[in-house]
Design a protein around this ligand. Structure first.
Ligand SMILES: Cc1cc2nc3c(=O)[nH]c(=O)nc-3n(C[C@H](O)[C@H](O)[C@H](O)COP(=O)(O)OP(=O)(O)OC[C@H]3O[C@@H](n4cnc5c(N)ncnc54)[C@H](O)[C@@H]3O)c2cc1C
Length: 362
């Protein structure tokens, strides 16, 4: 067997580590200079979207021997709609660094790999597919998948974000569901220390949202964030992304070519979370190659999760700010909080299945 992985991101690295653990040699190609050579930002993993896994970090460690150190635990999630504030408390998940930060998940994973990553190798599938018996496409770019098979694009997203300075509690994450700021989308603030945080405004690009001025929305977002958290934050660096594709590949694999991470469709569309799912697809592909499982079957629950999450997104998109206020307010109800944070209940699956007939009626 001769195995190549294109892309040393979350999915590619987890795949490579798992192959190594099973005694298989692999060539890992990465177009950038180091793993995680992109803008720094904080990302989150939420237990409530990862059912039945309660603690993703513990699960990856104990089940697959992949050890991650997040930057903090989330003990409180504050949800702001236009006029309401909803709060969730509990063991909600983790905040971690991505990109150039020395503690980013990419650099933590790269450090667990014994094989040398071949940096500065911007390879195409055509370049290497003849040389290798197995190819794992892990470029994080669904356009690479689209060259090989159908990929259903749910939507393209615009991100506008910044690193900001202020005073933060690292155990608190903040989410803004206000369509005046992020039409059909959301903004979120994730602290990475007591004094620094990432603030991101993200919304889907549809014909009715394309006309919005990204920078004007960002200004509103920043002002609203300062107002609701009652601080004058300082921006230290900015980033911006457009046309970020969220969708799903038709097939998990074609012959011995495996699609993992974003190339598979690992981002759950409702809230744009995809880190844990990307890592799992990488691990599952490696298990298949090592003869320990069937990639199609292993990813089945993730496919279902994607579709449930898409249903939830389509429903959320139909709400207006008044309805978002009602939903946000309802979170403060103890029963609702218990439902959302109960590790035995897959709330997103329940909502997805219940809303499916309604969300189809566009
Ligand atoms: C701004 C932003 C915020 C996000 N926030 C969250 C969050 O809070 N929580 C969450 O769970 N998810 C979040 N996500 C989603 C999450 O980051 C992705 O799901 C995840 O990174 C996808 O992993 P991947 O391995 O598929 O791709 P990546 O991690 O992007 O890795 C792909 C790698 O392939 C390399 N590469 C690309 N092309 C080639 C080539 N031709 N040859 C060699 N190498 C190549 C790239 O340089 C890169 O290193 C966010 C995404 C963005 C953009």
């Amino acid at each position: 067997m001769k195995i190549a992985i294109i892309g040393a991101g979350l999915a590619g690295l987890c795949c490579a580590i798992t192959l190594e653990k099973n005694g298989l040699e692999v060539d890992v190609f990465e177009k950038r200079e180091i793993a995680g050579d992109r803008f720094t930002n904080a990302e989150a993993m939420f237990s409530m979207t990862q059912h039945p896994v309660d603690d993703a970090v513990k699960y990856l460690s104990e089940t697959y021997g992949i050890h991650l150190k997040p930057s903090s635990n989330i003990q409180k999630l504050l949800c702001y709609s236009k006029n309401e504030l909803g709060e969730l408390d509990g063991k909600l998940g983790f905040i971690n660094m991505r990109g150039k930060h020395p503690d980013s998940y990419e650099s933590q994973l790269a450090a667990q790999l014994k094989t040398d990553i071949q940096y500065h190798h911007n390879v195409s599938y055509d370049d290497i597919s003849k040389e290798y018996t197995h190819v794992v496409l892990a470029t994080g770019d669904p356009l690479d998948t689209k060259k090989l098979q159908p990929y259903d694009v749910a939507f393209r997203a615009t991100f506008r974000g910044a690193l900001i300075e202020g005073e933060f509690n690292q155990t608190e994450a903040h989410a803004f569901f206000n369509y005046d700021i992020a039409p059909k989308g959301m903004a979120y603030l994730l602290p990475h220390s007591d004094t620094t945080a990432s603030l991101v405004n993200v919304y889907p690009q549809y014909p009715d949202t394309e006309g919005y001025d990204k920078e004007k929305l960002w200004e509103k977002c920043f002002e609203e964030c300062c107002r609701r958290l009652d601080q004058d934050f300082t921006i230290t660096s900015n980033f911006s992304l457009k046309d970020y594709i969220i969708g799903k590949a038709e097939s998990s694999r074609i012959g011995n070519t495996f699609f993992v991470g974003n190339c598979w469709g690992s981002i759950t569309p409702a809230f744009g979370l995809g880190q844990f799912e990307s890592m799992l697809t990488g691990i599952y592909a490696a298990q298949d190659i090592a003869g320990l499982g069937d990639y199609d079957k292993l990813t089945k629950h993730l496919s279902q999760g994607y579709h449930d999450s898409l249903t939830l997104r389509r429903t959320l998109e139909k709400l207006d700010n008044d309805q978002l206020d009602l939903v946000t307010k309802s979170i403060n109800n103890k029963f609702a909080e218990e439902l959302i944070t109960n590790k035995h209940i897959n709330l997103f699956k329940m909502i997805g299945r219940t809303l499916h007939p309604f969300s189809r009626k566009a």
